[in-house]
Design a protein around this ligand. Sequence first.
Ligand SMILES: *[C@@H]1O[C@H](CO)[C@@H](O)[C@H](O)[C@H]1NC(C)=O
Ligand SMILES: *[C@@H]1O[C@H](CO)[C@@H](O)[C@H](O)[C@H]1NC(C)=O
Ligand SMILES: *[C@@H]1O[C@H](CO)[C@@H](O)[C@H](O)[C@H]1NC(C)=O
Ligand SMILES: *[C@@H]1O[C@H](CO)[C@@H](O)[C@H](O)[C@H]1NC(C)=O
Ligand SMILES: *[C@@H]1O[C@H](CO)[C@@H](O)[C@H](O)[C@H]1NC(C)=O
Ligand SMILES: *[C@@H]1O[C@H](CO)[C@@H](O)[C@H](O)[C@H]1NC(C)=O
Length: 782
Amino acid sequence: MAAIASVSRIRAAVILLLFTLLQSLYLLAFASTNVHIVYMGERAYDEPELVQDLHHGILSDVLGSKEAAKTSILYSYKHGFSGFAAVLTHSQAKLIAGYHGVVRVVPNRILSLHTTRSWDFLKVKPQMVDGILSKSHSGIGSIIGVMDTGIWPESESFKDEGMDEVPSHWNGICQEGEMFNQSNCNRKLIGARWYIKGYEAEYGKLNTSDEVEFLSPRDAVGHGTHTSSTAAGALVKNANSIGLAQGLARGGAPLARIAMYKVCWATGGCSSADLLAAFDDAISDGVDVISVSLGSPPPLPSYVDDALAIGSFHAIARGISVVCSGGNAGPYPQTVINTAPWILDVAASTIDRAFPTVITLGNNQTLVGQAFYTRKKASEFQPIVPGDEIAAADADEDSARSCDLGTLNPTLARGKVVLCFQSRSQRSATIAGISVRNALGSGVIFAQSPTKDVTYPRGIPSVFVDLTVGTSILNYIESSRAPMVKFNHTKTTIGQQIAPEVAYFSSRGPSSLSPSVLKPDIAAPGVNILASWSPASSLESPGNNQNKLPPLNFKLESGTSMACPHISGVVALLRAVHPTWSPAAIKSALVTTASVTDEYGQSIIAEGAPHKKADPFDYGAGHVNPNKAMDPGLVYDANVADYIRFLCSLGYNNTAISLMTKIRTSCHASTKFLMNLNLPSITIPELKHKVTVSRTVTNVGPVNSVYRSLIEAPAGSFVTIEPSILSFNSTTKKQKFKVTFISQLRVQGRYSFGYLIWEDGVHVVRIPLIVRTVIHYSYSDT
Ligand SMILES: *[C@@H]1O[C@H](CO)[C@@H](O)[C@H](O)[C@H]1NC(C)=O
Ligand SMILES: *[C@@H]1O[C@H](CO)[C@@H](O)[C@H](O)[C@H]1NC(C)=O
Ligand SMILES: *[C@@H]1O[C@H](CO)[C@@H](O)[C@H](O)[C@H]1NC(C)=O
Ligand SMILES: *[C@@H]1O[C@H](CO)[C@@H](O)[C@H](O)[C@H]1NC(C)=O
Ligand SMILES: *[C@@H]1O[C@H](CO)[C@@H](O)[C@H](O)[C@H]1NC(C)=O
Ligand SMILES: *[C@@H]1O[C@H](CO)[C@@H](O)[C@H](O)[C@H]1NC(C)=O
């Protein structure tokens, strides 16, 4: 039994998704943990030293001596909240769980990681006089804390030319380490720290013989450099990736500051004990926004067992916005992660930049794919062969057809372009590219369901086609005696592709943990995003040491990892415009102004299903619209007390919640508040007959305003609102209303979608309504 359990644990760890699609290949975590996080909620004392003494006291008591406690403890969390991480046996952990003041003892978990054009596409442009960039002074004064793989400080995106003094609310440090010292921080990169104790307690000392890595905030992977420069990179002229997507690169908030918290390591994943230490520091360092492009796949831990949910709860309580990526496990339902209601959870969308590439077959037929083929001249004709025709002796045909790793025979592949088709188990063009490259092929054509994502393997010409084009090529190969193909070089086009669409890989709702909280919240660009990269990255060429690829300073990447820092950048801008707004108000402003149509007024489409109109489980309330978010009219605000009532209604124990927040609560488990949390969305996962929920809106627009309601009821339900008109004046700033849903179905329903809009003639405040009717048992026995 033990063996089976550990095999399934390994499998669970292996499917952890790095949020950048490319990197999911290389970070495999095999965790069997003895590190535990002892979470004790809000601090009992203001002085960090006293909080730490308390931790040492408990640990000494359980372990029998002060010395044992000293060697066992990894972190004392004492700034933003109270708790510690320590190496404990199972029975010691159980013992500690019974101690006064302990909320939860949680085993360490291993998490994984999940621009130029994108900001113009979002109309975050310096030229717009009334735009959010000018109104926020490019986010000056905001500090974005990024928890990721570190940062490459020499990147041009992190130059501090023309930047003012560091904001006075900053308390952080520039922590030294391998190839990183104080002089690597400046007025742009104002802080940097690194956390490895949890990781090393799990895996032993970091072994850098296979991967380049630095024991410091320096980024050896590229992911953290990419996300930071997307959120707040300075202007870089003529940025490009091997000549494509050339243009001015800049982050969303080009004058905001960056603080890097390195919690993820090139050799595999990120430890939750390290992540929680980063939250503890970031809260007291004075960041305004925390950007986290990582997580672990379902089953989702409960909110009090999840380091990211706990850390972000305490951050929100101090007024810090927390933005997370929703995961790359789409297009399947219930795959979305980072679903706590106080988090801003981001889906990925496409932009209007495309990379069309002409493919010419030996019979002179031309077809169009997408590629990053950057040779100056068109290629010569080369032989082309399908992967399954050149399978290695021990490979099965299906794996070879998708060009899975090690399935191709190098003697047969040498010098040929290989045609590969995605399969159920092998959907990655990058894997196909590496596999063909290892088999000494000269190029790869990867046929897959339509997608705009063309994240590419380096070191081999690769063209992406849809299954129709792939099938035409296959038919040509089969009907030709000496099938040949050549590629024309890739062009970069802008504005010739309908966008946005929700990316196929973007994880979908509903939340598997609490379906009454809509997740994801919003979509932002996350496909083929150009941003800075770490030139030290060796991830591109595993087993390819014989021909090292040249270092990259900029790179196109796809993933919800890339979407998340777009929202973090916008939040930094919004906070500069509205410094007094709560994280919930900022989130509401983004959500209620999000777009559900593209520039041509057409509904946004979700990739992954044939021409499916995107729904809230694909993109939350819609696609981010930064300029509109500055002036939302009304906001659905919420504070810590609201989140506590939400936790109460989930059945968390009173004592636990009191400790978590240091606020005396006497909550009783009632499912009512689950749906009454003042979110900018209403989700009724089980509508039987009739449910009434309430919401409160706060006027942040003109003092004297009158809003009228407009409802599109989800199919199968009847919806009423009371009152249907809301008036605001100098004394009435908040108004409460009730929405009643009545089921009209007598069958087990599916989720259906509608919306509620408040309109005053200027502002359109829109929230999604999501309902699933379930059977009325009273009707059933006839
Ligand atoms: C609530 O939690 C505390 C500490 O976690 C525990 O001591 C107590 O027994 C729990 N109470 C109930 C009613 O479960
Ligand atoms: C920091 O490192 C740089 C090289 O990376 C070196 O030139 C400089 O002297 C170092 N500064 C300090 C204060 O150690
Ligand atoms: C590090 O990894 C290499 C290759 O996997 C191995 O040969 C070496 O013994 C390891 N070193 C340590 C200190 O574990
Ligand atoms: C393809 O086009 C080229 C140049 O236009 C021509 O020389 C060649 O004969 C054509 N090949 C076929 C199979 O039609
Ligand atoms: C290849 O690209 C060149 C330059 O953009 C263009 O003139 C030519 O027509 C293209 N060839 C094909 C077959 O599309
Ligand atoms: C604002 O409206 C409320 C109720 O609609 C009313 O009682 C109050 O007198 C109004 N205040 C002002 C300053 O007009």
